[in-house]
Structure formats: structure tokens, C-alpha cells
Design a protein around this ligand. Structure first.
Ligand SMILES: NC(=O)C1=CN([C@@H]2O[C@H](COP(=O)(O)OP(=O)(O)OC[C@H]3O[C@@H](n4cnc5c(N)ncnc54)[C@H](OP(=O)(O)O)[C@@H]3O)[C@@H](O)[C@H]2O)C=CC1
Ligand SMILES: CC(=O)N[C@@H](CCC(=O)OP(=O)(O)O)C(=O)O
Length: 344
């Protein structure tokens, strides 16, 4: 059994990790931390875990974490980087659900995250945990940077088009909507029901921190640096991300876009290319570790429209983290992740 620790067990991604790992046949969760709730039983705070997780929250003590094989950080940005170097030295493998190790260049990371990086040397060592691109490197990684939720949906949608070289890499537009659980569990006026219910708005149009992450992921697939306009929106729902992606096609009316997507993802257990003409719904992936994708070419014109949906807490966070753990530990990639979405 793989001994697992979770730092930050009271946030939405932490409790989602617990939900998934409680049903994982090869894992024993041996430690769940919360400084604020230390001593309280996990299942007293999250009754959905009654009968599955019989542990109290504890303080994130390094000596205890060092007894785990794998430690997940489900903590705010800037937290994991304080203790990851020591954990790695003690032989623990780490999966960070936050952004501390997602960017390769220290200056870019510090520009977007507004603090000095505590261990910039590890940025090059860390493997970006998008299995559909980096599966081989993830298998031997000591430190995996789990992708951001928007970044997952946008990259999975654009990858087949850029790899096939059928779109102008300077024409990319990502119009993406997220449910409010993407903002985490902390109390904030902006995510109150009274602020988000029956309303809809864009935010961070001038620049969102997932922009450099997406560009870093897509650039290697393009002969020239990609140009991407990324506009996130907040939807009055709890879970789910819907990405509507646009790109300009190079002239070629004989392109088989559907075929390009089906071929690219034919062996991927967690990317589902829908039949031509489909409109994926966020509710079809609620609770499931899957990205559902459809590709369209409206009126046979020169613009391709890709629709990609994920559950921000599953394929966009905890599910992808478990997928990465499975790969790192040599398990079948879908162990514990064969979950049907909750519909309705
Ligand atoms: N919500 C989402 O859809 C997604 C979130 N993410 C990322 O995952 C991470 C966690 O998100 P979310 O679950 O929403 O987070 P929350 O902010 O809701 O939860 C944070 C957790 O971290 C703990 N924590 C906070 N500060 C520290 C610290 N200094 N040391 C140890 N533990 C700490 C908290 O417990 P306590 O303070 O009691 O110790 C709490 O359990 C974030 O970086 C987020 O950006 C990634 C993808 C999607
Ligand atoms: C709706 C909402 O607020 N979403 C979050 C993104 C959540 C996420 O995945 O971001 P990180 O892991 O990079 O923090 C935001 O825009 O900040």
C-alpha cells in the first residue's frame, strides 16, 4: 500500500483528494493536515467521509510527513515551496496542487505570483503533471506540479490543433468559465451566493496567472511562440469549467478536424472526444476525472471552435493529482479513477 499524506485537508481540493483516495485500492491515507482544525476528526468536519477516513487532522509536522511515500500539497500558492526541498531530501515524492512549481522560469513565476521563490532550483526539476503530454517524465519524477484548472482545459483543447499544425498559433482565443469552487473554500465576499448567484462576469481580463502556464505548455508544440487571449469568467455554479476555444485555420478545406482529435486522444483514458456536432456539458463530468471535448467548424469557415469541459476539482485538480500519483507509483493509470459523472 502507498502511504499518503495530504497537507491542507480542509480546502476543496484537499477534501476532494480524500474522497478519491478513500476509494483507491492501493493507498492508505495516513496523515491529513490542518493547522486550524488539528485534533478534530476529518469525518466530523466532512460527514461524506464517515466510514471511509478515520483520522484526525494534524499539524503539518515534517517528521510525520517524512513517513509517507507520497505527499500531496493542497495548499495556497507559496506554501509547498517552503517545505518541499526537505521532504525531497528525506525521499518523499511530492505532488503540489498549487502553482509553486508549474513555471520553469523563476522571473516569470515571481512576476505572476508576486513573491520571491523559496527554491528556484527545483523549478527545472519539477515535472508539469499533464499526463497527456508528460506521462514518461511523470513516471520517474520526484516532484510533480499539478496543472491549474483553466490551464488543463485550455491545453487539452488546443494541443491536437497545434501538434497537427493546422492553426495559426498567433490566433488563439480561450473564453473560459468556471464554477465558484475554483476560488477555494476560504471565505471571500466575491464568492458569496449573494454576489455570484444569478450573475455572470469576466475577471482578470488584463492577465490571469494561468496565462504564462498555458503558453509555456503550448509553445513547444508550435514553430513560433503562440499568442493567446485568455479571458476567465465566474459562473453561478459550484463545480465545472467550460472552455470555448477559437483559432484560425490555415487554408485547407479538406481538413478532418474530428479525425485529428480522435487520433490524438484515442489511447487517453481521461480525454473523451465526443461525436462531431456535440456540445459537452459541465454536468457530464461533475465528480469525474475526465475532459470531454468537441470540435466544430462553424459554416465550414476558417475558424475552428473547440469545446472542452472538466470538473475543476477533479481533472482540474485532485483527480489529475491521483492520476499523476498512479503514474509515479507504477500503478494502472485509472486505478481509483473510474468514476461516472453525477448527472443531473
Ligand atoms: N479550487 C480549485 O478548483 C483548484 C485549486 N487549485 C489549487 O489547489 C490549492 C488548494 O486549493 P483549495 O483546496 O481551493 O484551497 P483552500 O484555500 O480552500 O485550502 C487551503 C488548505 O491549505 C491549508 N493551509 C493554508 N495555509 C497553509 C500553510 N501555510 N501550511 C500548511 N497548510 C496550509 C489550509 O488549512 P489550515 O490553514 O488549517 O492549515 C487548508 O486546508 C490552491 O493552491 C489552489 O490554487 C488547483 C486547481 C483547482
Ligand atoms: C473561479 C476561480 O477563482 N478560479 C481560480 C483558479 C483556480 C485554479 O486552478 O487555480 P490555481 O491552482 O492556479 O490557484 C482563479 O481564477 O484564481
Amino acid at each position: 500500500m502507498i502511504k499518503v499524506g495530504i497537507v491542507g485537508g480542509t480546502g476543496y481540493t484537499g477534501v476532494e483528494l480524500l474522497r478519491l483516495l478513500a476509494m483507491h485500492s492501493e493507498v492508505r491515507v495516513q496523515m491529513v493536515t490542518s493547522r486550524g482544525e488539528a485534533g478534530i476528526k476529518v469525518a466530523d468536519m466532512f460527514p461524506n467521509l464517515r466510514g471511509f477516513i478515520d483520522l484526525p487532522f494534524t499539524e503539518p509536522e515534517p517528521e510525520q510527513l517524512a513517513k509517507c511515500d507520497v505527499v500531496f500539497f493542497a495548499t495556497p500558492n507559496g506554501t509547498a515551496m517552503q517545505s518541499v526541498p526537505d521532504l525531497l531530501k528525506m525521499g518523499v515524492r511530492v505532488i503540489d496542487l498549487a502553482a509553486d512549481f508549474r513555471l520553469k522560469e523563476t522571473a516569470t513565476w515571481e512576476e505572476w505570483y508576486k513573491v520571491k521563490h523559496a527554491c528556484p532550483d527545483l523549478l527545472t526539476d519539477a515535472v508539469y503533471g499533464l499526463p497527456e503530454v508528460n506521462r514518461t517524465a511523470i513516471a520517474t519524477a520526484r516532484l510533480v506540479a499539478n496543472p491549474g484548472c483553466y490551464a488543463t482545459a485550455v491545453q487539452l483543447g488546443f494541443i491536437p490543433l497545434l501538434e497537427a499544425g493546422v492553426v495559426d498559433p498567433k490566433s488563439l482565443i480561450a473564453d473560459v468559465k468556471s464554477g465558484v469552487s475554483g476560488a477555494g473554500r476560504k471565505a471571500e465576499v466575491g464568492t458569496l451566493m449573494g454576489e455570484t448567484g444569478e450573475s455572470f462576469k469576466a475577471y482578470n481580463v488584463a492577465g490571469h496567472r494561468h496565462l504564462p502556464e498555458i503558453i509555456q505548455g503550448l509553445n513547444p508544440l508550435s514553430p513560433v511562440p503562440v499568442q493567446l487571449t485568455f479571458v476567465p469568467h465566474l459562473l453561478p455554479m459550484i463545480r465545472g469549467i467550460h472552455a470555448t476555444l477559437y483559432a484560425t485555420l490555415y487554408e485547407d478545406s479538406a481538413l478532418h478536424l474530428q479525425n485529428i482529435f480522435e487520433q490524438r486522444y484515442k489511447d487517453e483514458p481521461f480525454v473523451d472526444v465526443l461525436p462531431a456536432g456535440s456540445h459537452p456539458e459541465t454536468r457530464s463530468v461533475r465528480g469525474a476525472n475526465v475532459c470531454r471535448i468537441a470540435v466544430h467548424r462553424p459554416q465550414g469557415g476558417n475558424v475552428v471552435v473547440v469545446l472542452a469541459v472538466i470538473d475543476n476539482l477533479v481533472k482540474g485538480a485532485a483527480g489529475q493529482a491521483v492520476q499523476n500519483m498512479n503514474i509515479m507509483c507504477g500503478l494502472a493509470e485509472s486505478t481509483g479513477l473510474k468514476i461516472v459523472g453525477l448527472l443531473p
